[in-house]
Every structure is written in structure tokens, then in C-alpha cells.
Design a protein around this ligand. Structure first.
Ligand code: NAD
Ligand code: UDP
Length: 310
């Protein structure tokens, strides 16, 4: 199986490349290194089944492959808000280029969509049938609406051209290889705690998120991609739900030290609660996450401890 992974040098992309290589695929990893790093896939360079290509998904590309995983897009709010117009282009043009290629060569194509398509949700937990509550002109819209248009393109290519699509709606996922300055909450809190700095709680810290460990998520990707008919969208995430205060306390308990909590303004349109209903993934893919937040934090903290000591 020849497989293209866009955004393959990023946090999730690099774990996906590892898994595909382990499963015997020939992998082409494509990235523009905006938030990805060569060091994430350094251990794969030299492997005859692995190829690294610097390319931006907003420009067309052509590879002869059997499968395409489209992960290219910055995922952390500070990174995707850095150049919001580029973020929308990355989602929309990236999806079009992957789908155009898939149509031309008859490849199956996977989209890394997001729980952000639900916006600030009015139903809880979120099921795939919920249509979402997204502010189309807010500071998160470049990401949320970009991903929503990408889903639209995926389903229209499927209906209009018969392209085989797989769409996963990913909920907050964490683990080794996140950037220390990524800006997302788990990496921020862990890095702050390890440096003995105060933890930055945005708002009152009572907003909730559900955190999935990277390896669990990648297993879900593979099961969805290999399913013979399920297009999705399928929620993939860990239904364990925590407030940001609970997350901070859990990390401080594990890391120790003298860090305190400091409170900062809540960014615009920050969703108040988020938790996946994973009934569909559990019934159709026999998938559910194995690691609790408590278990997944240990290897994550160890990764950052080593990284910060280098
Ligand atoms: P990440 O920022 O580590 O990875 C994104 C990768 O895409 C990086 O390697 C980056 O350099 C690359 N990229 C960005 N713009 C590009 C462009 N124009 N051309 C080529 N490459 C480009 O983030 P991640 O957490 O690994 O997320 C991977 C995918 O999963 C993203 O599409 C993201 O939206 C989605 N997702 C992630 C989460 C999560 O919690 N980690 C949740 C929902 C959705
Ligand atoms: N958050 C926080 N402190 C930080 C970073 C984030 O309190 O240093 C909050 C943020 O406001 C949000 C939650 O943590 O409510 C998750 O943020 P993240 O950026 O990880 O992901 P997203 O908001 O996209 O789910």
C-alpha cells in the first residue's frame, strides 16, 4: 500500500507515519514545516519505505498512491490565528487538492476534521448528527469554517464523483511530539509546570475538554480508513471530560514544584464544553480509547522533561 500523509511531520502526522511504516506501507510524508518539524520523523529518514517532501498543500501536487491522509493544517489556536487567511486556504485548497488527486488516481482519502465543526455546542455530548454552532466571523472561524468547507468538499466529491472518503472529527488529542510552544492547553500546562512557571488558566477554568492520547487516536484513524464503506463523519476522542482547573491540578500533582495558577482573559468564542459521543466509532469500528488522561499524561510529561533538558 502506497500512502500519502499531508502534515506528516506534525504531532499527529508523525505518529501516523510511524504506524503506517510499522504496518508495511510505503509512506510519502508531505509538509511545509509551519508547525511540523523534521525531528518528528528524523528516525524514519533512511528507511527505504519512507519519503519526506517539502510542499505546501495550497499548491497542487501529484503522487501515485493508494491512500491519502489529509492532516495538513495548524491545529493550535495561536498558530491557526497567526495567519487566518492562510489557515482557511490550507483547509479548503488542501482538501480540494487531495480530493482532485484522489479522483484522478482512484485513491481513498481521509480528512482530519475536528470537533470545532460543532463550535460552542448547545448539545452535550456532541453526536455526529449535531450541526454545530459556529460564529462565522469570529477569530476561530478561519479554522472552524475552513474545516466545515473541507467536509462539504469531501461529501460533494463523494456524491458527485464517487471518491472514497473517510472523515474523522477529532476531539482534543495530546501526547509526545507536541511543540513546547504549541499553545494548546496540555503542552502549555506541562511545560509551565516543568519550568516552575505559573499555569495560565484562561477565563475561570470551568470550561471543559475531553483529552485523547495520540496512540489511541491513530488506532481510530487506521480502523476508519480500512473500513470498507463507512464514510463518516465519525467522532474520535476520549469521552473523559475535565475542566481546565482539574487538568491543571492533575498536571501539578504529577510534576510537583511550586507553580501556582494565574488567571487570564478567555479568548473569543472559546467553547464552554466539549465531549464526544463515540457510540458510532464504538459500534462501527469497535474502537474506544484505552488510556485515561491520568495514564496518558505520564509519557507526555516524560517527553517534555527530556526535551526541555536538551
Ligand atoms: P500540528 O500543527 O502538529 O500538525 C499540522 C501539520 O500540518 C504540521 O506538520 C504543519 O507543518 C503542517 N501544515 C500546516 N499547514 C500546511 C500547509 N499549508 N501545507 C503543508 N503542510 C502544512 O497539529 P496536529 O495536532 O498534529 O493536527 C493534525 C491534524 O489533525 C490537523 O488537520 C488538525 O486540524 C487535526 N486535528 C487535531 C486535533 C488535536 O487535538 N491534535 C484536534 C482536531 C483536529
Ligand atoms: N487554555 C487555558 N490555558 C492555556 C491554553 C488554553 O486555560 O494556557 C484553555 C483554552 O481557553 C480552552 C482550553 O484550554 O478553553 C483548550 O484549549 P486548546 O487551545 O488546547 O484547544 P481548543 O480550545 O481548540 O479546544
Amino acid at each position: 500500500m502506497r500512502t500519502l500523509v499531508t502534515g506528516g511531520a506534525g504531532f499527529l502526522g508523525s505518529h501516523l507515519c510511524d504506524r503506517l511504516i510499522k504496518d508495511g506501507h510505503d509512506v510519502i510524508c508531505m509538509d511545509n514545516y509551519f508547525t511540523g518539524r523534521k525531528r518528528n520523523v528524523l528516525h524514519l529518514i533512511g528507511n527505504p519505505n519512507f519519503e519526506l517532501v517539502r510542499h505546501d498543500v495550497t499548491e497542487p501536487f501529484m503522487f501515485e498512491v493508494d491512500q491519502i491522509f489529509n492532516l495538513a493544517c495548524p491545529a493550535s489556536p495561536p498558530h491557526y490565528q497567526h495567519n487566518p487567511i492562510k489557515t482557511t486556504k490550507t483547509s479548503v485548497l488542501g482538501a480540494m487538492h487531495c480530493l482532485g488527486l484522489a479522483k484522478r488516481i482512484g485513491a481513498r482519502v481521509f480528512q482530519a476534521s475536528t470537533s470545532e465543526v460543532y463550535g460552542d455546542p448547545e448539545i452535550h455530548p456532541q453526536t455526529e448528527s449535531y450541526k454545530g454552532s459556529v460564529n462565522p466571523i469570529g477569530i476561530r472561524a478561519c479554522y472552524d469554517e475552513g474545516k466545515r468547507v473541507a467536509e462539504t468538499l469531501f461529501f460533494d466529491y463523494h456524491r458527485q464523483h464517487g471518491v472514497e472518503i473517510r472523515v474523522a472529527r477529532i476531539f482534543n488529542t495530546y501526547g509526545p511530539r507536541m511543540l513546547p510552544d504549541d499553545g494548546r492547553v496540555v503542552s502549555n500546562f506541562v511545560v509551565q509546570a516543568l519550568r516552575g512557571e505559573d499555569l495560565t488558566i484562561y477565563g475561570d477554568g470551568l470550561q471543559t475538554r475531553s483529552f485523547c492520547y495520540a496512540d489511541d487516536l491513530i488506532e481510530g484513524f487506521i480502523r476508519l480508513m480500512n473500513h470498507d464503506q463507512l464514510t463518516g463523519p465519525v467522532n474520535l476522542g476520549n469521552p473523559g471530560e475535565f475542566t481546565m482547573l482539574e487538568l491543571a491540578e492533575q498536571i501539578l500533582k504529577k510534576v510537583g514544584g511550586k507553580s501556582k495558577l494565574t488567571f487570564h482573559p478567555l479568548p473569543g468564542d472559546d467553547p464552554k464544553q466539549r465531549c464526544p459521543d463515540i457510540t458510532l466509532a464504538s459500534e462501527q469500528l469497535s474502537w474506544k480509547p484505552k488510556l485515561s488522561l491520568d495514564e496518558g499524561l505520564d509519557p507526555t510529561i516524560e517527553y517534555f522533561r527530556k526535551l526541555l533538558s536538551e
